[in-house]
Design a protein around this ligand. Structure first.
Ligand code: ADP
Ligand code: MG
Ligand code: MG
Length: 918
């Protein structure tokens, strides 16, 4: 006997046995649609009789030069006999004809696969017979013309428009709006015209033999697996190309037989909000595809409850049963033929992020799934969705169809932003603060001195830069939607406009940014704001907290951020970057003075002036984090970053010199001279601080060793703040972190300076503060000598940005603006190592450092504060190597809580992977 290529819907047990018992594999063999139809039969749901030709048959067909596998057609004929017996009708019988549909169905639902052909089996003879049988000529010729149309376009590629053109001609001739209103006579004529079109386009007659129709349709489904639409879709959604598609042949049931017939689609829960209430649309006297085609105004399913209460009750009971059986919200298709309900399809339903969360939580509460499953069913992206405003789906579709989509860039920070264009930071801030305008800041790229504008803006758009460019980093840190690297974007700062492809946008014009998709639109798109305080999300994340082992901390430099992160669930501050505190306008002059001065006494003065500022900053953070640890990193960047740019200074100097030439009073000459002298001094300092490789130069702990006063001042500020808030009754846990250590001796030296000062402050204040001293691990040497460093540190934190730079020996800014793009495109690097931890290289160093450090101190607190700490894949790795916590930007905290729970659940039970949301 030849292989079994065909399974009746009633033979799902056999199929299951053949594949070895796993439902996933049944879906692989019969396709999603076929497997679920068979499953519905098995659990007693009314489904029209039918059978499935397997994906194996498809694959064999494709492998053998497009011929049906041996024995397959014979099995199809036998299966048709079975349908005949079941229905009491006969395929091709003029008296009592059986009609069938031919439906493709791969393992994964693939829009773009072959369309379904309905009403196979109709020809001139069977049509006459069916009229006699049903007494409904309108129905029969409506079905017939549909068959020719679908068969023509799907099997033979006849353009649909030519059919539609004729129908609309008929409609206007009859002065009616819908096809349903055409007379039987019209439809009969239409059928003849359709046959002619078919012949004209295909050079063959429309096949009148039902078996020939069935054969050609099956052949076309198999072929469609390698059609361009299908291949493109699989490439885009990473579906393997070797799965093949199944073919489902299903006895027709008719929703277009009269007014006691309907056809419809439904979701078992609300796909937008998740509310546990069936929602759907239906049409009276219509065939299935009319509902989705949108040619007739559909009715709300709630009306069916009134119109056909018995049918509705049965329907409700069935979909509840399906939901319970699949333990998932279902998307179903159904048809009522002359008062009898048939289910035609079921699959898990698409939903928004909000709906997904609510459905998962409520299903767990209904005990349909476990809490673990509920947590695993939500993706990090879905949690992220709650943190940012989004464009309405309708608004996006409308904008696209109107041609308002200007360009697509890198989607580096999610969310939607609408505002008027401002080309510099000062203007962005001014418009926002003084004129209460909403602004999108547009720059070629951004720098640290653009931050005030970025903070003021709704969103950020740049023409250059990559995923971890300054703009992207800051945007993510502050939850600002951003699109970067839009190469078509040209900014003409003199003309105050930008050109994107053919569109010119002036400063002050409205644009809309979709940071989630990386898209830039002209005009104002409508947004909706999801709520992070969504009660179902809060519940889901509280479950996630119980399952995770990793702590989730945050990177925050100011009390507002700290407070926000805390509401999002942060359990500590893993990184406070103190240098951010210096950039503020009132403080920068003191820092300048400190840098410019050679005299220790002057330096001290400048630092003393900075101290109160820093103390207040820390006090604010400690109050916000009452009871939780706060890690403060001592100053890290090279000093020249705080001074004006070299080029700018030169430019200013030349300017001043020209002006002195034209000065007409001695007084003016004097002031100008003085200015020149000052600038020259700064320039000299800038030049002396100049380094060829600042990233590898005087920064981090090296700076603290070079200028110990700086360390002392910062430590004093931290401890004075700690004592101050302790007196207020706040519980403080300061941790002081040294950046960029590579040798244990650096740590020793810094620790001495630090402890002396800390003790001094505590003695002055008469308060003992419980603090920790630790370091970042961000240089390979530090990772390799973690067992030495740990002798002088009570905690470690991976700075994976620098660790990635130093391990790869590539500067991130240079890489991302240049060669890394090519590396990623040509897959020399499979992933951007600055976005996701490079397991094989950087990851090895991390694992080693953890092992070495914990061999000396098993209790060591070991975290990560690099940008990777907000990336779900990297979080999973951090769980694996046993880190204590991940510390990410406030807006990533909820995402990290979920990702950490996923890592822990999958670690305990790898089989859960199948339960992950697809
Ligand atoms: P899709 O995957 O595009 O939804 P389907 O195979 O589900 O395609 O079919 C398209 C439409 O035809 C659906 O509305 C479906 O319910 C309807 N349909 C398919 N087979 C039959 C049948 N045997 N009897 C009645 N309607 C059918
Ligand atoms: Mg369908
Ligand atoms: Mg660093």
């Amino acid at each position: 006997m030849s292989k079994k290529w065909v399974y009746l819907f009633s033979e799902v047990d056999q199929a299951e046995k053949y594949v070895g018992g796993q439902w996933e594999d049944v879906r692989g063999l019969l396709g999603g649609k076929g497997a679920n139809l068979a499953e519905m039969v098995r659990i007693g749901v009314p489904v029209p009789a039918g059978f499935t030709i397997t994906t194996e048959a498809c694959n064999t067909y494709l492998a053998s030069g497009e011929t049906f596998p041996e024995g397959m057609w014979e099995q199809v004929l036998l299966a048709v006999k079975n349908l005949e017996k079941d229905s009491g009708k006969k395929f091709g019988d003029p008296k009592k004809p059986l009609l069938v549909s031919c439906r493709s169905g791969a393992k994964f639902s693939m829009p773009g696969m072959m369309d379904t052909i309905l009403n196979i089996g109709l020809n001139d003879e069977t049509a006459v017979g069916l009229v006699e049988l049903t007494g409904n000529e309108h129905f029969v010729y409506d079905s017939f013309r549909r068959l020719i149309q679908m068969f023509g376009s799907v099997v033979k590629g006849v353009p649909d428009e030519v059919f539609e053109e004729i129908i609309s001609k008929y409609r206007s001739r009859a002065r009616v709006k819908t096809d349903a209103e055409l007379t039987a006579e019209d439809l009969k004529e239409l059928t003849e015209e359709f046959k002619q079109i078919f012949r004209r386009y295909t050079t063959i007659s429309f096949p009148s033999d039902p078996y020939e129709q069935l054969k050609m349709a099956t052949d076309a489904v198999f072929k469609s697996w390698n059609g361009k639409r299908a291949v493109d879709y699989r490439n885009a959604s990473a579906i393997p190309h070797d799965l093949g598609t199944a073919v489902n042949i299903v006895a027709m049931v008719f929703g277009n037989l009269g007014d006691d017939c309907v056809t419809g689609v439904a979701l078992t829960r609300n796909g937008t909000t998740g509310e546990s209430q069936i929602e759907g649309d239906y049409l009276k006297n219509a065939q299935g595809e009319d509902v989705v085609a949108g040619i007739r105004q559909t009715m709300d399913l709630s009306e069916l409850r009134q119109e056909m209460p018995n049918i509705y009750a049965e329907f409700e009971q069935i979909v509840k049963q399906l939901e319970k059986h699949y333990r998932e919200m279902q998307d179903v298709e159904f048809t009522v033929e002359s008062g009898k309900l048939w289910m035609l399809q079921t699959r898990s339903g698409k939903r928004t992020a909000q709906a997904a969360v609510r459905i998962a939580v409520e299903m767990a509460e209904e005990k349909l799934i476990t809490k673990q499953e509920a947590v695993l069913r939500i993706t990090p992206e879905q949690v992220d969705f709650f943190l940012h405003p989004q464009f309405e789906r309708k608004a996006i579709a409308a904008a696209k169809s109107e041609g308002a989509l200007l360009a697509t860039g890198l989607n580096v920070s999610p969310g939607a932003a609408v505002g008027i264009v401002a080309f510099d930071a000062d203007l962005a801030e001014m418009w926002t603060k003084e004129e209460d305008k909403k602004v999108i800041m547009v720059r070629p790229e951004t720098k640290p001195d653009d931050v005030h504008g970025m903070l003021a803006a709704q969103g950020i758009l740049t023409s250059r830069g990559g995923r971890t460019s300054h703009a992207a980093l800051v945007a993510r840190q502050f939850g600002k939607p951003a699109v970067v690297g839009v190469s078509e974007l040209e900014i003409d700062i003199n003309k105050r406009h930008m050109i994107i492809n053919d569109d010119t946008i002036k400063e002050g014009d409205w644009i809309s940014l979709d940071g989630t998709a990386g898209e830039v639109y002209s005009g104002q798109l409508k947004t909706v704001v999801p709520d992070i305080m969504d009660p179902w999300l809060i519940k889901l994340l509280s479950w996630a907290d119980k399952f995770r082992r990793l702590g989730v901390w945050t990177n925050a430099d100011n009390p507002d951020d700290a407070q926000r992160a805390r509401t999002y669930g942060a359990e500590g501050i893993g990184l406070c970057r103190t240098e951010h505190m210096f950039f503020e306008a009132r403080r920068l002059p003191y820092l300048h003075k400190m840098i410019m001065s050679d005299l220790p006494i002057e330096r001290r003065e400048a630092l003393d002036a900075l101290l109160p500022f820093q103390r207040d900053d820390f006090a604010g953070l400690f109050r916000a984090m009452d009871g939780l640890p706060v890690i403060t990193r001592l100053i890290d960047p090279p000093l020249h970053e705080f001074l004006p740019d070299h080029m700018e200074l030169n430019h200013d100097l030349t300017d001043l010199k020209i002006r002195i030439k034209h000065a007409d009073t001695l007084e003016k000459v004097d002031t100008l001279l003085q200015q020149i002298n000052e600038k020259a001094l700064v320039l000299k300092r800038v030049e002396s601080l100049h380094e060829s490789n600042p990233m590898l130069g005087l920064r981090g702990v090296r700076l603290g060793i070079q200028i110990p006063e700086l360390t002392t001042m910062q430590v004093r500020a931290i401890f004075e703040a700690a004592c101050m808030v302790t007196k207020e009754g706040v519980e403080v846990h300061p941790e002081i972190m040294i950046p960029l250590t590579s040798h244990v001796n650096e740590l020793k030296v810094q620790r001495e300076i630090l402890e002396v000062e800390a003790k001094k402050v505590m003695r002055e204040q008469g308060i003992e503060i419980d603090y920790k001293f630790g370091t970042m691990i961000e240089i390979p040497r530090a990772a390799l000598t973690a067992h030495q460093l740990v002798e002088h540190a009570q905690f470690f934190s991976f700075g994976t940005n620098d660790l990635t730079q130093t391990t790869f020996g590539m500067s991130r800014d240079d890489a991302e603006a240049g060669f890394l793009i090519r590396y990623l495109r040509t897959r020399i690097l499979p992933e951007n190592p600055f976005a996701t931890i490079d397991r094989d290289g950087v990851g090895q160093l991390m694992a080693l450092a953890v092992k070495k450090a914990r061999s000396i101190n098993p209790e060591l607190e070991f975290g990560i504060c690099g940008e990777h700490a907000g990336d779900p894949q990297s979080i999973s790795f951090c769980h694996e190597i046993g880190l204590t916590y991940v510390s990410c930007s406030p807006y990533r905290v909820p995402v990290a809580r979920l990702a950490a729970a996923h890592a822990a659940l999958l670690d305990k039970n790898p089989a859960m992977k199948n339960r992950l949301a697809k």
